[in-house]
Write a protein that binds this ligand. Structure first.
Ligand code: FAD
Ligand code: NAD
Length: 498
């Protein structure tokens, strides 16, 4: 019988997007091969570190694909498998229980999926060559070595806590884990009046809306010159108007210097180079960092992005170790190289691939195009692909267009404007990216662009897409088609696929 590690040793090739070919994996597809049949049904010991989106996807998939595998998950926190993405909307509703966000309870993970689950257990050391992790039981204070045949790192990311005076005061929060959401929601129940949000990225925008709707006076402080750094000025202008309409005070280009305590020791203000802003609640939404310390200390390759390097099979640079989710890079189909765009949708998909492969299969993650969206007040905001600025930095010759069109047919009541920004490479006509913002039908239209990007369509291809039309949900010329028509005038090569 081919041993588990022996099978890994047969691997050839390890490039980021190669279709590296496993001799055994090739054989795996030949279901008639008895040696292979026995190899896949052996019982490997698979250890997964981290029990949220990527980790539980990997563990569940490993068990499903190889029911004889012993799959052990170590999670240092008290929860597994929750939808962090739902926290802002949960916080918005004082009557909703945070536990609604838990997708799979620890009991079900053990009973229904047969996963050997250990909560409040932290992996503190990893010997990649010997194949063991040192695990600390955070309750008992004890440590033990756990050996593995296959390891999946799904350690995620952590919120950046600004190393400034006062950022550890009561009333200062981050929003990353379920416990963070719970703590913030508890404080909101006590009726604070003023909130300062540090950072105008995804969490900053979503929480500006949520805290305003919970009745707080909200100020957003962003260190860069615009909200949503990296987005087009046209989208940012619409978002800015909406924030202003809803009374959110936005200050960009601001350097935060400290959080200050009031007489009771609770946070009372945020000090900046642009003045002092009173706050009963401060939310640090200044970005995240991938949790790579375990991988880095074990000598695994860390990519240029700062996250764990993986190929499209989710393999790290070390045989027998896979990585998935926010701790790992992902292959970007437009950039044709790895990128770090940490999102739940990617974590779930990568986790499945890592879990299946750790269980002895040979699956491949197709890659990302950088699609993301959010809601701020009544505005849907979404992007996909790369921006004009990013495109220029990657050697493209970007050309861009922004159009406004109504969301429903002319004469049909209730339509609202949708703004579409498209980016293409002028010489080749290749679509490179897009942003859509509007009050209805905006975010999901970005999925059309995401699909076009994944298929490497040209602007001319997009122009001729057969998109659905009926007056209640679209004008006869969908906003995407109008934008593509305008952009086509600016690209030099105008060809459609057969
Ligand atoms: P994590 O969720 O970070 O989980 C990693 C787990 O590993 C953690 O529980 C951690 O305790 C554990 N861990 C780390 N190190 C160790 C160790 N050494 N030992 C044991 N355990 C360890 N994404 C979207 O696509 N759409 C959205 O709308 C969206 N909204 C979001 C809103 C908010 C407020 C937040 C915070 C995130 C949002 N995201 C969204 C991002 C999404 O939640 C993450 O991409 C996703 O949670 C990543 O999953 P993960 O399993 O890779 O990492
Ligand atoms: P982010 O990277 O989206 O935004 C961080 C913002 O903080 C940036 O605008 C940055 O310039 C600013 N900033 C950094 N340091 C600062 C400082 N000292 N003072 C003022 N501003 C500062 O990160 P986030 O909003 O914290 O969200 C974390 C991650 O969660 C995101 O990367 C995203 O992956 C995920 N997320 C996604 C969604 C979604 O897809 N709808 C929603 C929420 C969160």
């Amino acid at each position: 019988m081919v041993g588990y590690k022996d099978r890994r040793a047969l691997e050839v090739g390890h490039g980021p997007c190669e279709l590296s070919f496993t001799l055994v994996a090739g054989l795996l597809r030949r279901k008639d091969d008895p040696a292979l049949e026995s190899a896949v049904t052996e019982n490997p010991r698979i250890v997964v570190i981290g029990g949220v989106a990527a980790g539980m996807s990997a563990a569940s998939q490993a068990r499903r694909r190889n029911p004889k595998a012993r799959v052990t998950v170590f999670e240092r926190g008290p929860y597994i498998s929750y939808g962090a993405c739902g926290m802002p909307y949960n916080i918005e509703d004082p009557d909703r229980d945070m536990d609604d966000l838990v997708v799979l309870s620890p009991e079900r993970a053990v009973k229904e999926r047969g996963i050997d689950l250990h909560l409040r257990h932290e992996a503190v050391d990893l010997d990649a060559d010997e194949g063991w992790v040192l695990v600390r039981d955070l309750e008992a204070g004890t440590e033990r070595r756990e050996s593995f045949d296959a390891l999946v790192l799904a350690t995620g990311a952590m919120a950046i806590r600004l190393p400034l005076p006062g950022m550890d005061l009561p009333g200062v929060f981050v929003l990353r884990e379920l416990t963070d959401g719970r703590a913030l929601k508890r404080v909101l129940a006590s009726g604070p009046r003023k909130a300062v949000i540090i950072g105008a990225g995804y969490i900053g925008m979503e929480m500006a809306h949520v805290l305003t709707s919970r009745g707080l006076e909200v100020t957003v402080l962003e260190k860069l010159p615009q909200v949503l750094p990296g987005w087009s000025a046209d989208t940012v202008a619409v978002v800015g108007e909406t924030l202003a309409e809803h009374g959110v005070a936005v200050h960009t280009g601001v350097t935060v210097t400290a959080a200050e305590a009031g007489p009771g020791g609770h946070v009372h203000a945020v000090a900046t180079d642009a003045g002092r802003f009173e706050a009963d609640v401060v939310l640090m939404a200044a970005g995240i960092r991938p949790n790579v310390s375990l991988a880095a200390a074990a000598g695994l390759r860390i990519g240029d992005t700062g996250a764990i390097w993986v190929n499209q099979h989710q393999e790290t640079s070390h045989d027998g170790i896979w990585a998935a989710g926010d701790c790992a890079e992902a292959y970007h189909r437009i950039l044709r190289k790895n990128a770090w765009i940490p999102l739940g949708t990617t974590a779930n998909k990568q986790g499945r691939v890592a879990g299946a492969n750790a269980a002895g299969l040979r699956e491949r993650f197709g890659g990302i195009v950088g699609t993301a969206g959010f809601v701020v007040f009544d505005l849907e905001v979404a992007r996909t692909g790369i921006s004009a600025e990013q495109a220029a930095g990657e050697g493209f010759e970007p050309t861009t267009v922004t159009i406004r069109q109504r969301s429903r047919a002319h004469g049909y009541p209730g339509g609202t404007p949708i703004q579409v920004t498209l980016v293409a490479d002028a010489p080749s006509g290749l679509l490179l990216g897009g942003e859509i913002v509007g009050r209805e039908g905006a975010a999901l239209r970005a999925n059309v662009l995401a699909t076009a990007l994944a298929a490497h369509m040209s602007v001319t291809d997009v122009q001729s897409l057969d998109l659905a039309y009926a007056p209640p949900f679209a004008p006869v010329w969908d906003p995407i088609l109008v934008a593509a028509n305008q952009l086509a005038k600016r690209v030099r090569r105008q060809e459609t696929r057969p």
